[in-house]
Design a protein around this ligand. Structure first.
Ligand code: PNS
Length: 175
């Protein structure tokens, strides 16, 4: 892992499934962008999850959300996160931490990544309190049952979710 600044400055990777990207994720990416010269939002496959969106769809919708944020890049990668971070010359992984229930899993992943790549630091940021209860999983559940996801995900993502369901009508009108 490089310990000096590459020409592009300090680089952070915000990895995740992003299935779909929520407003909580957006909050974390924008916070990270205040401290790093470049933030790479990396879509990774979480082998434990069955996705709603393909990897390409997720990259496309996240690209739309951060269109205009010059320091934010969207990418996807398979394999080990630490290998990707090495290839991209990243200085840190940034993850969001909502509640204590996130802690155990995040600690395990952090220590595994540190075991694999001791020089790569993982940093945590807390999203705004209004996003503490927001998760991709619950967002999909609410949407799937016909509830509104307005305010939980960016409008772009809401449109992608409706398109995925094959309807352009808001969930509450679709019944
Ligand atoms: O949004 P998620 O599902 O909580 O993100 C989890 C993710 C994708 C960041 C994690 O599963 C991951 O890093 N996967 C890549 C594979 C890997 O490197 N695994 C070993 C490190 S824990």
């Amino acid at each position: 892992m490089t310990s000096t600044n590459p020409p592009g400055g300090r680089v952070a990777i915000v990895p995740g499934s992003f299935d779909p990207l929520t407003n909580g994720h957006v909050d974390i990416v924008l916070r990270a962008a205040k401290f790093f010269d470049r933030v790479i939002v990396a879509v990774l496959v979480n082998a434990e999850k069955t996705p709603m969106f393909t990897e390409a769809e997720r990259v496309a919708m996240i690209g739309e959300v951060f269109n205009g944020q010059a320091s934010v890049e969207v990418d996807s990668c398979g394999g080990l996160l630490v290998e990707y971070a090495r290839r991209r010359g990243a200085h840190a992984i940034v993850r969001g931490m909502r509640t204590v229930s996130d802690f155990d899993h995040e600690l395990q992943m952090t220590l595994m990544n540190r075991h694999l790549e001791p020089d790569l630091e993982t940093m945590f940021m807390m999203p705004a309190a209004r996003y503490t209860f927001v998760s991709s999983r619950l967002t999909k559940e609410v949407f799937g049952l016909g509830g509104s996801v307005h305010g939980l995900v960016p409008p772009v993502v809401e449109r992608w979710m409706r398109a995925k369901r094959g309807s352009d009508r808001p969930a509450t009108e679709a019944r």
